[in-house]
Design a protein around this ligand. Structure first.
Ligand code: FES
Ligand code: FES
Length: 214
């Protein structure tokens, strides 16, 4: 059984191994010559492969044509259209605030805002963002001018390991915008989908309530 061809390089090697009889060089005892037609066709195949590779690289450097607006600035997207927004934020924009927890919309660690609405960026395709504004924790507040929730979380020492906290903050911020005076039960319900393995729930609740009563 003959081996499967891997690419144009194999065509060239096959051409080099071709019997000399076709080349018109006599009985094949002398140096083998590659048949002209085989050589040309292998060369064309190799050129096509190189051209294809070049086109791919040019396409990559141009990106996909998608743009996302994150924290007030437009960014071209290089990743494929079906890439999760979370990967684009972390890998292309270098924003480490949105975190990868489960990748399945189960934990809330990756929560960001789309036009002020909390979404799970691990299951949000980047091409579904459209013209909506993406806000990550980096756009919520700054160290010198923190969002009231960020200040309250610090004051209440709401974080232990901190892995869940960015998602908690983004979920709580969107929630309080839509419901500025919630009850305890409503706060718990709003944050129920954000998992905290350290069990900081009571401190988190205290922090959110501190913002409400401020
Ligand atoms: S990483 Fe997105 S919900 Fe867990
Ligand atoms: S503080 Fe560690 S997971 Fe919430």
């Amino acid at each position: 059984m003959s081996a499967m061809k891997q690419g144009p390089g194999d065509d060239l090697q096959e051409a080099a191994r071709a019997p000399a009889a076709d080349s018109g060089d006599g009985d094949g005892a002398g140096p083998r010559r590659v048949p002209r037609a085989a050589f040309i066709s292998a060369g064309v195949a190799a050129a096509a492969a190189v051209a294809g590779g070049t086109a791919y690289l040019v396409e990559r450097s141009r990106g996909t044509g998608l743009t996302v607006n994150v924290n007030g600035r437009d960014h071209p997207v290089a990743a494929a259209p079906d890439t999760p927004l979370l990967y684009v934020l972390r890998n292309e924009l270098g924003l480490r605030g949105p975190r990868f927890g489960c990748g399945l919309a189960e934990c809330g660690a990756c929560t960001v805002h789309l036009d002020g609405v909390a979404v799970r960026s691990c299951v949000t395709r980047v091409d579904s963002v459209g013209n909506r504004q993406v806000t990550t924790i980096e756009g919520l507040g700054t160290p010198s001018n923190p969002h009231p929730l960020q200040k309250a979380f610090i004051d209440q020492q709401a974080a232990q390991c901190g892995y869940c906290i960015n998602g908690m903050l983004m979920t709580a911020a969107a929630f309080l915008k839509s419901k500025p005076r919630p009850t305890d039960a409503e706060i718990k319900s709003a944050l129920a989908g954000n998992l905290c393995r350290c069990g900081s729930h009571y401190r988190i609740l205290r922090a959110v309530k501190a913002v409400i009563s401020a």
